[in-house]
Design a protein around this ligand. Structure first.
Ligand code: PDD
Length: 280
């Protein structure tokens, strides 16, 4: 694989980042995952806008403009002959000469920019046919989940807890209400009505979420953006998640409680089809 580090394309074995990098020492960095379908990026402008917002919120800046980032994405797709999968992008506050909690002076410490590709079958996914089982776990993350930082230890532990419980993923719950999945946004469906948590600091503002809600409204589905409890979720007809790496993925059980007949629901299946069709 050819990866990108700070202005250079090179084989992954040769790519290096300093041990003093603040992404490594403090999780002081932000990231984006953009999906690639048929060799084309899905919704790059949306990811670029969210990246800029994450950077602004943390007082960081990108070493290159968004137009250059787009070029790097396209170069990596070409160099790696990527037809289906994702591009991962990470920007950290860089590598000052010592470990220090205080942010380094941006005049002397340049941010670190890393991008790489990851091939993955997005369309023909077995999980889309069977649906996912999720468990609920406490949401103990920090209060700025709207910033896409690389602090992913708890989401990573959540996936491990799900695996240990024989499930596929976890939905996080705060004060009885579902915030989001470990790496995706969460939805429940009753009849023709889709409910998903409203935007705020409690969840990541998913790029796939924005697209899917728009497609749902265009297809005359009802959309309610509000918190829903984990109890309400277990009573729903169906459920699903969205993210750049899963598109729309049905959820068929929550904490061992099957939804509907325990197979992917019609709304989730239809939205997945629409999303794929519209992204091509
Ligand atoms: N995760 N919520 C969280 C906590 C996420 O980490 C993600 C994305 C989403 C969905 O956002 P989007 O639709 O823009 O991908 C929601 C990425 C895919 C990841 O960490 O791999």
């Amino acid at each position: 694989r050819t990866v990108y580090v700070n202005g250079t394309y090179l084989p992954e074995e040769e790519a290096k980042v300093s041990v003093f990098d603040r992404g490594f020492l403090f999780a002081d960095g932000v990231y984006e995952v953009t999906s690639v379908l048929d060799g084309k990026l899905i919704d790059f402008p949306g990811h670029a806008r969210r990246l800029q917002r994450s950077l602004d919120e943390l007082g960081m800046s990108s070493p290159v403009g968004m137009d250059v980032l787009l070029t790097i994405h396209r170069d990596l797709i070409a160099k790696n002959d990527l037809s289906e999968g994702m591009i991962y992008l990470q920007i950290t506050r860089g590598a000052p000469s010592d470990r220090d909690f205080v942010f380094p002076d941006p005049e002397t410490t340049q941010p670190t920019l890393v991008l790489f590709t990851q091939a993955k079958g997005l369309i023909d996914s077995p999980a889309a046919r069977t649906g996912l089982k999720v468990i609920s776990i406490d949401d103990i993350r920090w209060g700025r989940r709207d910033i896409k930082t690389v602090q992913l230890l708890y989401p990573s532990m959540g996936k491990m807890m799900a695996k240990a419980a024989g499930a596929d993923d976890a939905w996080m719950v705060e004060n009885g209400f579902v915030t989001e999945g470990t790496s995706n946004n969460a939805y429940i469906v009753s009849g023709n009505r889709i409910v998903t948590r409203n935007l705020g600091n409690e969840i990541l503002h998913g790029i796939t979420r924005a697209a899917v809600l728009q497609f749902a409204r265009e297809a005359q589905m009802e959309v309610e953006e509000r918190p829903f409890s984990i109890d309400e979720a277990k009573e729903a007809d169906e459920a699903f998640i969205t993210s750049a790496s899963t598109f729309v993925m049905p959820v068929v059980a929550i904490d061992g409680v099957s939804l509907g007949d325990g197979t992917p629901g019609p709304v989730a299946r239809r939205l997945r089809e629409i999303y794929i069709e519209q992204s091509r």
